[in-house]
Design a protein around this ligand. Structure first.
Ligand SMILES: *Cc1c(COP(=O)(O)O)cnc(C)c1O
Length: 410
């Protein structure tokens, strides 16, 4: 029986969500629209499988096709990222990071990551997260003036603190990270270099962002952000760390792998190897640049002054509106963004002084510079008049028209 016949309530809600995804402008920097092929694999009969272990070393019989699928996913991941080893079993970015930490750290060990309000992820040492509770997390921050990473300062902190592991790769940092510099800091202090490329993995795959592969001891990533695959993750590393990583994923921190997601990841890697994915990655960055420039021209302050990625962070302080209120006003006009702390934010993470935008999803719809400019102009209008309901309704209708011109799901 179909979902519609079995469970009308969930069916209806999914249909509504589909329409909503079609009819709104989604500027959430961590979201994308994945392909029908990826969704077909995700929704496949592979969800019925138990395959604890690794290809050809399973704890269950009956995995001959599953082994082939997982081997294909691994092979494609290695080829796509030109990396020695890939473990494609991580369920999510957070679980990949759990496995990564447990591969190289003992509980209580010290590691260093970017402070959360400065763009780090929850799993990079927040006190409410396992990473800050089970390990001794110390932090570096961005420079107060430039809002960019200050590598001299990071080196100084690393020498003082002697962390066993240093993590770079963030959720709200618009500039390119100098992986070579991090490698040199880790070499000087004897730390393991972990890079979490969750946000910009698709840009790395599409060669619109430098690869950390030759520098990092361990690379974690989600597969559903700029990489445009299923909601999942993976870990990559040089061949010499393969055993440590594999053991840490299974049996260290996970049980049975989600083979339907692994098949979907294989599909995603295949798609990302096609020439048009390079075009996509380039356009994502171009769109972000145009979007940021237009916001700046219209008077918004861009954190770090620019973007070199898919992501733009703005400071609303001078506009007298909080991130929370701006996010809500934009949502009413069909423009979906998220409030975000900015470096040295004086407001709480639930209120915030900033908004974060990303261009990965809109670029998948085929939108280009002209659309970016229009959206940026209207974002500023709403931020400057968050309570003008008449204007929001007018913009909402225009948003719908743009969405109709760039359809996603039928
Ligand atoms: C999104 C993200 C994660 C977490 O991914 P989930 O799949 O949501 O657990 C981890 N690290 C970084 C840097 C991220 O951006």
């Amino acid at each position: 029986m179909s979902l519609k016949q079995t469970d009308g309530a969930i069916y209806e809600l999914i249909e509504k969500e589909k329409e909503y995804q079609n009819n709104t402008l989604r500027l959430i920097a961590s979201e994308n629209y994945t392909s029908n092929a990826v969704m077909e694999a995700t929704g496949s009969i592979l969800t019925n499988k138990y395959a604890e272990g690794y290809p050809n070393k399973r704890y269950y019989a009956g995995n001959k096709y599953v082994d082939e699928i997982e081997l294909l996913a691994i092979e494609r991941a290695k080829k796509l990222f030109k990396v020695g080893h890939a473990n494609v079993q991580s369920h999510s970015g957070s679980s990949a990071n759990i496995a990564a930490f447990f591969a190289f750290l003992e509980p209580g060990d010290k590691f260093m990551g970017l402070d959360l309000p400065h763009g780090g992820h929850l799993t990079h040492g927040s006190h409410v997260n396992f990473s800050g509770k089970w390990f001794n997390a110390v932090h570096y921050s961005v420079d107060k003036e430039t809002e960019a990473l200050d590598y001299d300062d990071i080196r100084k902190k690393a020498i003082e603190e002697k962390p066993k592991l240093i993590i770079c790769g963030y959720t709200a940092y618009p500039l390119i990270i100098d992986f070579k510099e991090f490698r040199s800091i880790c070499d000087e202090t004897g730390a393991v270099l972990m890079t979490d490329i969750s946000h910009f993995a698709g840009l790395v795959a599409g060669e619109a962002y430098p690869s950390p592969v030759q520098y990092a001891d361990i690379i974690t990533t989600t597969t559903h952000k700029t990489l445009r695959g299923p909601r999942s993750a993976m870990i990559m590393c040089p061949e010499e760390n393969a055993k440590t990583i594999d053991k840490s994923v299974f049996p260290g921190t996970q049980g049975g792998p989600l083979e339907h997601c692994i098949a979907a990841k294989a599909v995603c890697f295949h798609e990302a190897m096609q020439p048009d994915f390079k075009e996509y990655a380039k356009q994502v960055v171009m769109n972000a640049k145009v979007f940021a420039d237009e916001l700046a021209t219209k008077g918004l302050r861009i954190v770090t002054g620019k973007t070199e990625t898919h992501l733009i962070l703005v400071d609303l302080t001078q506009k007298g509106v909080t991130g929370k209120d701006a996010q809500m006003a934009l949502e009413e006009a069909g423009i979906i963004t998220n409030k975000n702390t900015i470096p040295f934010d004086t407001k709480s993470p639930f209120i915030t002084s900033g908004l974060r935008f990303g261009t990965a999803a809109l670029t998948t719809r085929g939108m280009k510079e002209d659309e970016m400019k229009w959206i940026a102009d209207n974002v500023v209008k709403i931020i400057e008049n968050p309570n003008d309901n008449e204007m929001k309704v007018k913009i909402r209708n225009e948003v719908k028209e743009i969405c109709d011109r760039f359809p996603v799901y039928k």
